[in-house]
Design a protein around this ligand. Sequence first.
Ligand SMILES: *[C@@H]1O[C@H](CO)[C@@H](O)[C@H](O)[C@H]1NC(C)=O
Ligand SMILES: *[C@@H]1O[C@H](CO)[C@@H](O)[C@H](O)[C@H]1NC(C)=O
Ligand SMILES: *[C@@H]1O[C@H](CO)[C@@H](O)[C@H](O)[C@H]1NC(C)=O
Ligand SMILES: *[C@@H]1O[C@H](CO)[C@@H](O)[C@H](O)[C@H]1NC(C)=O
Ligand SMILES: *[C@@H]1O[C@H](CO)[C@@H](O)[C@H](O)[C@H]1NC(C)=O
Ligand SMILES: *[C@@H]1O[C@H](CO)[C@@H](O)[C@H](O)[C@H]1NC(C)=O
Ligand SMILES: *[C@@H]1O[C@H](CO)[C@@H](O)[C@H](O)[C@H]1NC(C)=O
Ligand SMILES: *[C@@H]1O[C@H](CO)[C@@H](O)[C@H](O)[C@H]1NC(C)=O
Length: 858
Amino acid sequence: MGDHLDLLLRMVLVASPALGISSCFFDGWRALYRSCNLTQVPQVPNTTKSLLLSFNYIRTVTTASFPFLEQLQLLELGTQFTPLTIDKEAFQNLPNLRILDLGKSQIDFLHPDAFQELPHLSELRLFYCGLSSAVLKDGYFRNLGSLTRLDLSKNQIQSLYLHRSFRELNSLKSIDLSLNQITIVCEHDLKPLQGKTLSFLSLADNNLYSRVSMDWGKCLNPFRNMVLETLDVSGNGWAVDITRNFSNAINGSQIFSLVLTYHVMGSGFGFTNIKDPDQHTFVGLAGSSVIQLDLSHGFIFSLNFQLFETLKELKVLNLAYNKINNIAHKAFYGLDNLQVLNISHNLLGELYNSNFYGLPKVTYIDLQKNHIGIIQDKTFRFLKKLNTLDLRDNALKTIDFLPSIPNIFLSGNKLATLPNIALTANFITLSENRLENLDNLYFLLQVPHLQILILNQNRFSFCNQDHAPSENLSLEELFLEENMLQLAWEVGFCWDVFKGLSHLRVLYLNKNYLNFLPPGVFRHLTALRGLSLKDNRLTVLFPGDLPANLEVLDISRNQLLSPDPDLFASLSAVDITHNKFICECELSTFISWLNQTNVTIFGSLADIYCMYPSSMAGASLYSLSTEDCDEEEVLESLKFSLFTFFTVTLTLFLVAILIVTKFRGFCFICYKKTQRLVFKDPIKGRESDTYKYDAYLCFSSKDFEWVQNALLKHLDAQYSDRNRFNLCFEERDFLPGENHIANIQDALWSSRKVVCLVSRHFLRDGWCLEAFSYAQSRCLADLSGALIMVVVGSLSQYQLMKHRSIRGFVQKQQYLRWPEDLQDVGWFLNKLSQLILNKEKERKKDNDIQLQSVTTIS
Ligand SMILES: *[C@@H]1O[C@H](CO)[C@@H](O)[C@H](O)[C@H]1NC(C)=O
Ligand SMILES: *[C@@H]1O[C@H](CO)[C@@H](O)[C@H](O)[C@H]1NC(C)=O
Ligand SMILES: *[C@@H]1O[C@H](CO)[C@@H](O)[C@H](O)[C@H]1NC(C)=O
Ligand SMILES: *[C@@H]1O[C@H](CO)[C@@H](O)[C@H](O)[C@H]1NC(C)=O
Ligand SMILES: *[C@@H]1O[C@H](CO)[C@@H](O)[C@H](O)[C@H]1NC(C)=O
Ligand SMILES: *[C@@H]1O[C@H](CO)[C@@H](O)[C@H](O)[C@H]1NC(C)=O
Ligand SMILES: *[C@@H]1O[C@H](CO)[C@@H](O)[C@H](O)[C@H]1NC(C)=O
Ligand SMILES: *[C@@H]1O[C@H](CO)[C@@H](O)[C@H](O)[C@H]1NC(C)=O
């Protein structure tokens, strides 16, 4: 595991601008002449160490082409657009050349002495040069005593008959002959290599042995007396027969890593005509000391009985990307030293207790990307050395088979809940599962020795709190991205979920729909250094919200309106890009803090921008001047004196009518009673219409109790038979588990009216503001006055105007205010009822006037 704190630090750093591509110059030790339309080698100073001449039109290279460049070590002459002729001792003026690259140049003529006089050449790149077998047969490489790497891939070599001078190439370690046409290699071809140790020999993609009928009796062992650290024979179309005959033929040659990928062994899924490898296929490798065997990318369907029995020294077995569906009895029997078993990307559906018998030293089993739905409970328990189990992207629904091992990968399964098993681990990832109940998180947090826990992309949204959080847990990194913690926290539960995490250093809470942080939720995280709250809906941060020792905070892509700079002052770095800053004078302390703080501010300046007012939308906070704010203060004071004047006048007026208002509630009750007697109950007269609900009551969940007492009890039919309305509100009518936005949309469109109860909480609640905007767009869509706004509590016009959607509404339409005087409540509810019932479009003048009077009373 990398250091995620560093990652957090690094993730937003601006990339440095890319360097230019084509250039033709000398910079002190490098001569950069790629793509310079050159037809011959340019004159370069004798201090040049690297000469880069690819992508030009050089046709001929002779002794005279190069000046004496004693210091030159790297010459790139590949990819010439014209065929290349290389003459005798062409590079003799470059006595210290180490690397010569001619790759991708079509070499029409190559003099047999072309590479002479290069005593220090260690790497020769001749891939894709159109070379034939002669290059090996005729001694082109003689005297290259320092040659270590020879790349001859992608040529037209058909025979591997080596010139005897290869025997003297004592430094040669690596030969790449892949993608040629070498169909046969026999013992006498490679005779000059006998007695040597090569670190790499590739004969991949040559149709080797597969297009000819082989007489191994004559061909004998091509690698006799050789030690090959890695032999690559991939992509040669080897079926079981060829593999077996080849293994037998190379009996005794040491091959530590045998790469046999892209083979055709195995019956594949749904076929039986081609054989799966069996007990005899790899028998010949018994004396080859194979430590790594790569059989990935093939068609093996069944791992047969004692298939690898003779590979006693094997440590790494890669069977990825086959079609393995069946593991026969004792399939791995005999792999006494195997440490890493890779069966990822296969077709396993279930695992049985006996599947991994015979693997006493296995430490890592990779089973990702199968279709495993069920695992017998003792399958892994007897693997005493098992350290890491990778079961990512399978179809598991339970984990009761899990042994206590350090590293457990279970992302991308179908886990909806976790059984309460005894488990010990250092690292667990359970991302992309279906965990909903936070009780599962409480359970995981108590796993002894757990240091890293990754739970991204689950559905954590509620808890029963059966578990009490314990103290001093060992966890250091916790990833909870893309869950729904908001749903759990907004109803007041699980606020103590992080309580015991006194060692936690990094916490990711990205994309959890958070519109508030439960007070003190991070209080116990004394070791926390990095916190990511990116992509939530936070509008404010309060002092004390952030843990005391936090260093790096990512709060980008939230809805911060006007943050208090003191909150960030103790950090060393913060990302606050893509928020919704209100660029009014209130923000000036923040802007000047931003201008001169020592805290590292991540992200580009342009991404820290204003959202409101609309005239400033998009402007970078760094481009603003705070000077005007002083002038505005003058204006403010003028406003204040005007305000005082009016208040005094109004007070006098109000005193005058006090007597009248004192008794208006009583009068209204009398009026209602009379009306009821005369006109009968209006409930019965109600006609049905197409809406499921009369109104969708939209309010902050923190106001629920008040709304229930003040409104629901008097209006909603379910609360009392006397009430006439069928109301919709989140706490009762939203589908749990459904996407919140979808719920809101649904409520909006199935209700005749939308009543938004705009309180202090409402303005802080991202969901409410969201719902308000949706409601407004619905009004625009069907041109109705479907949205009714009721302001609750002493919110000033200014506070309302801060929010764009509300400002838009307030500027165009009337709104109600909840009466401050209790005796007005009856009258108000009646008014509200009328508005809800009102079939709209014919909004009458007098209606407006009454509304106006409501706003003035309060
Ligand atoms: C090479 O020639 C092409 C076509 O004549 C031209 O567009 C390009 O600028 C030339 N490049 C240099 C580095 O001179
Ligand atoms: C490079 O050439 C200059 C003359 O042009 C000569 O004085 C100098 O010794 C040469 N340096 C090397 C390293 O050959
Ligand atoms: C493998 O060897 C066996 C016995 O030597 C022979 O019969 C068979 O034809 C060989 N198969 C291939 C594909 O070379
Ligand atoms: C490999 O060679 C050894 C002797 O060096 C011999 O005993 C053994 O039978 C051979 N194995 C095969 C499969 O030919
Ligand atoms: C197993 O093979 C897959 C595919 O090649 C690879 O991605 C994975 O890293 C391998 N696992 C191990 C443990 O090497
Ligand atoms: C917390 O655990 C650490 C070891 O993980 C231990 O050293 C320390 O004493 C514990 N502190 C308390 C208060 O239990
Ligand atoms: C930022 O600081 C510089 C001097 O450090 C000052 O000239 C500039 O006016 C400041 N800008 C704002 C927006 O405060
Ligand atoms: C920033 O650091 C410098 C030097 O370390 C210090 O003088 C200055 O007061 C610091 N500014 C703030 C705002 O902390």
